[in-house]
Design a protein. Structure first.
Lengths: 325, 265
């Protein structure tokens, strides 16, 4: 069974012309690492937050978000609290703004166990020590304040806190974006080790295509609240079949590519005040034809590759091309 | 051989016991583009702030066209002349523009200060056109623009005084990939057209490769490696440069090995 199963999630906010999330389908298997890639405003952060029902005020939802078989959107407050303290945990982008600077690390780590599970303090502290050691820190950190730790160390504390309740699913929202590249490598290595050790599923939200390709089993690419393309990481990046994925890859400044002008994507993503009739990427798409502005493309598996789904009228025109060309 | 537009000689700056910048020297040829690469705490931003004049060095000098700009300048005309030597584009276009001033007025204010007698309406339109914005954006407030458009405004404002050098401090780091590519291409075009020199501060090696001719790699306030960008990236000599290059995620990437190499260094 999938630990996370999102089906047809549609989310509307007040004073917008179109849903912020429009029919998102996404699964994470037990022990699987899945990357959710997109630019700002694509809805990737909202998708990951909806898993813990951390939704903006006034949000109206349709569809189902199942964690370990239970629909999060239909939970009562007690069930929701169990979910947030036990089954699923979130690692936020900026540990410095997610951890109370006036409380010691030990307090921060043990708070949810002591308050929600009623775990005695000594036992909770023992667990915190164990988790700190799992992320490469020592019990000495328990007595320290967030201000005494570097950004990379604090992100480790954040991950240790996420592990405290023994979650089956970790949601990591740009967990390395605020970190240096060499620190990023350490945190990613750590998340990989923990997955092997504890068998947790990981939903990794990022804007960095290279990082997504390097660490995940499967990738979802989002654009304007929809999943544009999904498939195994290797195939998706070597042979993208959605023009948006292909364009994103071409626009990324890379070390291996030839020097000179980048293939920028002209224009901007559609705003929330615009109603969409056809494909949201059509105004910026080099392959767009009349049908693209008239009819929304359905997301369909590629013939011969049932794991690779694309929502594009013209995905066959990208067939056989690779990103190396 | 083109002449040198910007030269830094033996810059030092300490904060308490920390040597943030330690004997840093480099030079930027006219119309050239120099990248400064490093992680947080490497001293790259402090170096940039010294070049711009937001920070005073404890020792060393910054010369623009052979003229020392670290000396105290007296009088309004002198200070304005100094501002025309170097201009800065900040990382965050959401914080670097006044939220209550329309875009056109931002440019006109700068122009009025530096060129009181010129035709500002024509020049404003010219600048907006140069960065790919139109008259519609000229009347807009910053919050009505996207991140990429705001960064275009910030670049236009810096170009308004016709500086000799543009310092870009992580100027594309906050932008999405598709917009980042637009801005990087725009910066390339502007350099071709105007012959302005770039000092490009960044942590992203892909970006460095894309927009700079030469690069210096900084660590703990010191320059550990410098040279032609293509050569440094293809054949890094210092172990730290190699570590930085290996840290860039790619398929088949082994973060565990990088973490071990980092601890060893």
């Amino acid at each position: 069974m999938n630990i996370l199963d999102i089906q047809g999630l549609r989310l509307r906010l007040p004073d917008t012309a179109r849903p912020v999330l429009d029919g998102v389908d996404l699964t994470v298997g037990a022990g699987e690492t899945v990357a959710l890639v997109g630019e700002s405003g694509s809805g990737k952060t909202l998708t990951s937050r909806s898993v813990l029902r951390l939704l903006p005020a006034g949000a109206a939802t349709e569809g189902a978000v199942r964690v370990a078989g239970q629909d999060v959107l239909a939970m009562n407050p007690a069930e929701l609290r169990d979910l947030r303290t036990g089954t699923a945990a979130m690692v936020f982008q900026d540990p410095r703004s997610a951890i109370n600077p006036l409380r010691r690390i030990g307090d921060f780590l043990t708070e949810s166990l002591r308050l929600n599970a009623g775990t005695p303090e000594a036992e909770a502290t023992a667990r915190a020590t164990e988790m700190l050691e799992a992320v490469g820190l020592t019990a000495a950190a328990l007595r320290q304040y967030p201000g005494e730790l570097s950004g990379g160390m604090l992100q480790r504390v954040m991950i240790a806190a996420a592990l405290m309740g023994g979650p089956a699913l970790i949601l990591a929202d740009e967990p390395t974006t605020a970190l240096d590249v060499t620190t990023q490598a350490e945190v990613v290595a750590l998340l990989g080790d923990l997955r092997e050790r504890f068998g947790t599923g990981l939903l990794f939200v990022t804007h960095d295509l290279g990082l997504a390709a390097a660490i995940s089993d499967r990738v979802y690419v989002m654009y304007a609240g929809r999943i544009a393309e999904t498939g195994p990481a290797a195939t998706l990046f070597e042979r993208p079949r959605h023009p948006y994925t292909a364009a994103l890859l071409a626009a990324t400044p890379r070390l291996a590519a030839p020097q000179g002008r980048l293939a920028a994507i002209e224009g901007q993503p559609p705003s929330l005040q615009e109603e969409l009739t056809g494909c949201p990427f059509a105004p910026r798409c080099p392959l767009a034809t009349e049908v693209c502005t008239e009819r929304m493309p359905e997301r369909l598996p590629l013939p011969g590759d049932p794991a690779h789904w694309v929502a594009c009228h013209h995905s066959d025109r990208l067939e056989g091309r690779t990103t190396d060309e | 051989m083109s002449s040198t537009v910007l030269e830094a000689v033996g810059l030092c700056r300490t904060f308490g016991a920390v040597a943030a910048v330690d004997k840093v020297s480099f030079s930027l040829p006219e119309g050239g583009s120099l990248g400064i690469v490093g992680e947080s705490g490497s001293g790259k931003t402090t170096t940039a702030r010294i070049v711009v004049g937001l920070e005073h060095p404890d020792a060393g000098r910054v010369l623009v066209h052979g003229r020392d700009r670290t000396q105290h300048r007296r009088g309004r005309a002198e200070r304005l002349a100094r501002a025309r030597e170097v201009q800065l584009v900040f990382q965050d276009p959401f914080l670097s523009l006044d939220p209550r001033t329309p875009v056109g007025a931002v440019l006109r204010e700068t122009l009025r200060l530096h060129f009181p007698d010129a035709d500002h309406t024509r020049r404003t339109a010219e600048l907006l056109d140069q960065v790919g914005l139109g008259s519609r954006e000229a009347g807009a407030l910053p919050r009505q623009l996207s991140g990429g458009q705001r960064q275009r405004v910030a670049i236009a404002r810096a170009l308004a005084v016709e500086p000799a050098v543009l310092v870009l401090d992580e100027a594309v780091a906050a932008l999405d990939v598709s917009v980042q590519a637009q801005i990087l291409n725009l910066l390339g075009e502007i350099r071709e057209q105007t012959g302005i020199g770039y000092l490009f501060i960044t942590h992203d090696l892909g970006v460095v490769r894309c927009v700079t001719d030469e690069v210096i790699v900084m660590r703990h306030g010191r320059i550990v490696e410098s040279g032609r960008t293509a050569e440094v990236l293809a054949n890094p000599q210092h172990p730290y440069t190699r570590l930085l290059l290996e840290s860039v995620p790619r398929p088949g990437w082994d973060p565990g090995r990088i973490a071990a190499a980092r601890r060893a260094l």
